[in-house]
Design a protein around this ligand. Structure first.
Ligand code: PEP
Ligand code: MG
Length: 575
């Protein structure tokens, strides 16, 4: 019997494939000592597990190099070094031979000794080695116990991934040739796994609450990323219905492709800019194939993830230059590091917080870690000569934060110029508006910044006090609520009054219900998942700006979301 679940549709499209679970197996074991005389056999067991781990890691490494690039693959080289390190292997063998420990027990004791030593050192590099040892030991332990660890980059047959959640580094390892879709227990449309699924164009449903309990590994599953429906063990009829839907989605894609080189214009000839959000240079392919006119948000944090140490100035320079060059003079808005919230960097040792979304993240962290911040600013400034760079600071709450960040940028620019480096003049410097305080004083910000980009993913959660990751309060996560529309209007009006432009890079910018409202409110730039650009272009070409202005003027006077949505339907029909 099939079973139907409903979650939140995170990335459009249909996928039908067997379930692959990312749940980790139970790695507990009986820790009793070995008998005298069993030492050789136990040492053999330990060596065999290490050899098997080497084979697995090498495979993962090579695969990651091809699919996500050498910078993401480098982490696995460090893991291979640990597996060959006599300093690490010696004590394991000695625990087995001299203390009668079983291979798993000897491994864990040695691991704990090393981790304790490295962790206690006040040196980032050494702390990272502790993380490597933990990671490698987990794999070796699983092999000793004959249990298999999940590994997204190892997948080489078509599957749908089922998991509690996917970390951004899990998502960065996915190869969409094989990962046909994914379904998670937690998350909402704007959680990072959802955003990544859209940039990879993998159908996804998030926030199903209990998919991991219900799905059976290897059993078939259907994922409908548009409706949020998931069907476990589908019947033949259900498979046929969804195959049909899959074919229609593919046809619609072909139709939309015809708009790839068209301008983004309303019926009454008003042009807006349709831009794409990216996480890595690998996403550029989607930007081009979907005809985006700019990059409205380059989330640089992915450069810092899935690795063991901070990216160097040179590595960052390469990545930014590649994006600027490939965009060939089209605008590229690069956001400085926005870590914290649901985006962690294990090697940075950030504090564990009660409310990470309200905590030490983004500009708050980078202003406090100047060396890290200055490295990024220098890389950006040096890359500026290769294209049309605009720099944007995330999570700005006060004008003082902006002034401090901008002062560091100017200091680094002056230093570079003194060193004889080429830096472009007049780089636009703007801020994300994602904290209500910044929206409320947007008129004052407009005097000092060059542009605004409204980050509704966060602005909604802070305005409604509803965690964007928490399905229990997702009913409050209302993009069309008049409270939010009023804030957006304040921001756009404030920008225009000072002759500046206002964009939006939150997911709302690509939402078909929101686009008529945003057009009417006067938004200049809409930045979205690349896969939404052509749909948005088609929709905008059927709207009149003057009508949308009337719609927006009435919408901000509505009392609730339902009233706003009814009004949208009255003006543009069913979306
Ligand atoms: C936002 O908050 O709307 C945004 C674009 O930033 P992120 O989703 O990366 O927090
Ligand atoms: Mg944000």
């Amino acid at each position: 019997m099939s079973e139907i679940l409903k979650g939140i549709g995170a990335s459009d499209g249909v996928a039908i494939a067997p379930v692959y679970s990312l749940e980790e197996p139970d790695l507990s074991f009986d820790d009793k000592s070995i008998e005298v005389g069993q030492e050789d056999a136990e040492v053999e067991k330990f060596k065999a597990a290490f050899n098997q781990s080497k084979v697995e890691i090498t495979k993962i490494r090579n695969h990651a190099e091809q699919t996500v690039g050498p910078e993401h693959a480098a982490i696995f080289d460090a893991h291979l070094l640990v597996l060959d390190d006599p300093e690490f292997l010696g004590p394991i063998e000695s625990h087995i031979r001299n203390d009668q420990k079983s291979a798993p027990q000897a491994l864990l004791e040695t691991r704990d000794q090393f981790v304790a030593i490295f962790d206690s050192m006040d040196d980032e590099y050494m702390k990272e080695r502790a993380a490597d040892i933990k990671d490698v030991s987990k794999r070796a332990l699983a092999n000793m116990l004959g249990r298999e660890l999940p590994s997204p980059s190892k997948i080489d047959t078509p599957v749908v991934i089922v998991a509690e959640d996917l970390t951004p580094s899990d998502t960065a390892q996915l190869d969409k040739n094989f990962v046909k879709g994914f379904v998670t227990n937690v998350g909402g449309r704007t959680s990072h796994s959802a955003i990544m699924s859209r940039s990879l164009e993998i159908p996804a449903v998030v926030g199903t609450k209990n998919i991991t309990e219900l799905a059976q590994v290897g059993g078939d599953i259907i994922v409908d990323g548009s409706s949020g429906e998931v069907i476990l063990n589908p019947s033949e009829e259900e498979v046929l219905v969804y195959k049909d839907k899959e074919a229609r989605v593919a046809e619609e894609k072909v139709e939309l492709q015809k708009l790839v080189d068209e301008p983004s214009k309303t019926m009454d000839d008003v042009t807006v800019e349709l831009a794409a959000n990216i996480g890595t240079p690998d996403d550029l392919e989607g930007v081009k194939s979907n005809g985006a006119e700019a990059i409205g948000l380059y989330r640089t944090e992915f450069l810092y993830m899935g690795r063991n140490e901070l990216p160097t100035e040179e590595e960052q320079y390469e990545a930014y230059s590649q994006v600027l060059k490939e965009m060939d003079g089209k605008p590229v808005v690069v956001r400085t590091l926005d870590i914290g919230g649901d985006k962690e960097l294990p090697y940075l040792d950030l504090p564990n917080e009660m409310n990470p979304f309200l905590g030490f993240r983004a500009i708050r962290m980078t202003l406090d870690n100047q060396e890290l911040f200055r490295t990024q600013l220098r890389a950006l400034l040096r890359a500026s000569q290769h294209g049309n760079l605009k720099i944007m600071f995330p999570m700005i709450a006060t004008i003082d934060e902006f002034n401090r960040a901008k002062a560091l940028l100017i200091e680094e620019k002056d230093k570079l110029v003194e060193e004889g480096e080429k830096v472009k003049e007049d780089i636009e410097v703007g801020i994300m508006i994602e904290i209500p305080s910044a929206a409320i004083i947007a008129d004052q910000f407009a005097e000092v910044v060059d542009f605004f980009s409204i980050g509704t993913n966060d602005l909604i959660q802070y305005t409604m006090a509803a965690d964007r990751m928490n399905e229990s309060v997702s009913y409050l996560y209302q993009p069309y609520h008049p409270a939010l529309l009023r804030l957006i209007k304040m921001v756009i009006d404030a920008a225009h009054k000072e002759g500046k432009w206002a964009g939006m890079c939150g997911e709302m910018a690509g939402d078909a219900h929101a686009i008529p409202l945003l057009l009417g409110l006067g938004l200049d730039e809409f930045s979205m998942s690349a896969s939404s650009v052509l749909k948005a272009r088609k929709q905008i070409s059927g709207l009149k700006k003057t009508d949308m202005e009337r719609l927006a003027a009435r919408a901000v006077e509505c009392k609730d979301t339902d009233e706003v949505l009814a009004l949208v339907e009255e003006y543009v029909g069913r979306v």
